[in-house]
Design a protein. Structure first.
Length: 374
């Protein structure tokens, strides 16, 4: 858990209050270490996020039920969805459950739907649960609306990744950009989510798919996911290279880093009439700087995408089925596995741009068999 922004977190004994009505306790099997956890722990988000139990990309089994829970029984295998959507507010009814009003409010406050948290430290003081989840621990308590039923046979370490990285990446392609067969795509940043954008583009029939990253080894992983070309480089130069490579630019460019310069690369990679989608989480205070003339002279567009821009619960279940069917190979996404005690080295790899994804294994038996590291 993290007490001060910018200071390393530590493993502590946390007490969980029992689930309240319509809440469920989950025994966590596995949790992915996502860039948002790094931003949280490095103090790049709001300072009042701490003290907090981090972790929001997880999966496990239902372990205890609060009153009034009818859809779940102890032993159900679940993925955790960090927007506990109500399904009834105007935003949900418009199909944007990723921005459900009460769900978003709870998630961004890092508390549950009633505005409180179930986690306490040794002194009994409240600990927040990052994004209404807080799954870097053996157990967590979440709203029942934050659970996703999984098809039989999906390993829980995969279900963890599907709950954030996969639905975020594939949803950006399908729902935010609406990529169609034959569209040209550029993906700037080939970490855990960027690789899922590439998977989504491949599944949508995009061609070419140009990957841009500062690391040559990440580009080779990107090719394994379906990138047809790789451009190595930092700064803003790669945008011009993408235009040269594709004979004028791409239909869709995805920024999956969260930086001023990489947003500019995505913009520069576009052909006239193309659209950029920002998926990367930028630290508070980061500006996007674009040549505004091109809104008119080239009719370029830019938008953001948060948590797949659709109905994450439904889509996580569908993507779990695709993973089971072999259409998505998550074994190629993870670069490291680690016990909870090794969270800090996993965060340091992210700061250094090493590897694509670490999965924490909280319960090796429940998590399922992982592929051997390459
Ligand atoms: Zn995440
Ligand atoms: Zn809602």
């Amino acid at each position: 858990m993290a007490r001060e922004p910018g200071k390393p977190g530590q493993v502590e004994t946390v007490t969980l209050d029992p689930p309240r009505p319509r809440e469920v306790r989950v025994k966590v099997a596995s949790a992915g270490v996502c860039h948002s956890d790094l931003h949280l722990l490095d103090g790049h988000l709001d300072a009042d996020n701490v003290p907090v139990v981090p972790g929001h990309e997880g999966a496990g089994i239902v372990d205890a039920l609060g009153d009034g829970v009818r859809d779940w029984v102890v032993g159900d295998r679940v993925s955790l969805c960090f927007i506990p959507a109500c399904g009834r507010c105007p935003t949900c009814e418009a199909g944007q459950e990723n921005r459900c009003e009460p769900g978003l409010q709870a998630s961004f406050a890092s508390r549950l739907l009633d505005g409180t948290s179930r986690a306490r430290d040794a002194e009994g003081s409240e600990l927040k649960q990052f994004l209404a989840v807080g799954c870097f621990g053996e157990y967590t308590v979440v709203p029942e609306q934050g659970l996703v039923r999984l098809p039989d046979g999906v390993p829980l370490w995969q279900a963890a990744l599907i709950g954030c990285a996969v639905v975020t990446g594939v949803g950006a392609v399908r729902n935010a950009a609406g990529v169609r067969p034959g569209d040209s795509v550029c993906v700037v940043g080939c970490g855990g989510v960027g690789l899922q954008v590439i998977d989504g583009a491949r599944l949508a029939g995009a061609d070419p798919i140009v990957a841009v990253d500062r690391s040559e080894s990440k580009l080779s992983v990107a090719r394994a996911h379906g990138a047809t070309h790789g451009i190595v480089g930092g700064g803003t130069r790669p945008g011009r290279e993408v235009r040269e490579l594709t004979g004028g630019g791409v239909d869709h460019a995805f920024e999956v880093v969260g930086r001023t310069d990489t947003i500019r690369v995505a913009w520069d990679a576009l052909k006239p009439g193309g659209g950029a989608v920002v998926v990367g989480l930028a630290p508070r205070g980061t500006d996007a700087v674009l040549p505004a003339l091109e809104f008119l002279t080239a009719e370029k567009a830019i938008r953001g995408s948060f948590y797949g821009s659709g109905r994450p619960r439904q889509e996580i279940a569908e993507l779990a089925q695709l993973s089971l069917d072999g259409a998505i190979d998550l074994g190629r996404t993870i670069s490291h596995r680690a016990p909870l005690e090794d969270l800090e080295p996993a965060l340091q790899r992210m700061r250094d741009g090493v590897g694509s994804r670490t999965v924490l294994i909280l319960d090796p038996e429940l998590a399922g068999a992982l592929p051997q590291p390459a």
